[in-house]
Design a protein around this ligand. Sequence first.
Ligand SMILES: [Zn+2]
Length: 289
Amino acid sequence: MIKVNKDLQAVPSRLMQNVAFEQTRNAIATQNGNLYTTNYNHSTVKEALALLYHNKCAYCESSITKGAYLHVEHYRPKAKVDAKDLPLGEIHKGYYWLGNEWSNLLFSCQKCNQQGAKGNRFPIKGIRVLIHPQDPSHYSILHQSMLDEIPLLLNPELVDPLDHLYLDHEGVLYGKSEFGMVSINLYNLNRHILVLERLKIIKDFVLHIKEQLDEYDQPANPISQEYFQRQMNLIFKRIFAKQKPEIEYSFVYINIALNFDSMILPHLESKNQQEIKTAFQTFIHTIFP
Ligand SMILES: [Zn+2]
């Protein structure tokens, strides 16, 4: 998961049409979030989200090909909040006034959003908003009443996931905070296929390093320290080139750059670890003098 910068003013036109407002009015009048169809998931809204999210899931960063079908997801569930997130015996009809609310729409793969994963889950730490506010200007999930709910699920449009998530050298995510831990659990971010995909990126990167080490270790055909460093620099540059938001699982590359020693060195033989650690430090000093 990476930070995504959504322009909340750039609302897709479909959500500003009377047909969408009418639907929201009906949902509010009946307190029924199941009435939303054809607007929030209109092709133009989906296209706007696909562009913003580079065709990747907001939560797991899988692309449209790996994460299967990506769809428009309501961060605050529109028709029901799961009983697991409510006091015993309490019912919540969902955030039925937010079905067509741009700030509540994310882009997600089915695996992250299905029942058993996020589904209708919406755990909070603060004060639950139970019914729609009278003033429509309060619908934005940035409104104070919404912020006062203190949602436990990370929303990449509101927070930087880096502050809450940590990746280890085997591709497993850990929470740095309660928000991170709950999100890993409910979005199911350590499901087997995701851990494998992240580990594959780490191992591919390590493989390039090992290839250079093999070349460097040929006594019959020695290469200079300067040449070795130049070759390593080319490899290290990839870490930064791959941090772009359009790259699938770019969070892995961000973590390699930030935690190089703990993510890469365990994959190398101990005799090579100091050498590669020094080469990376030399590279960092070169690009950030
Ligand atoms: Zn996903």
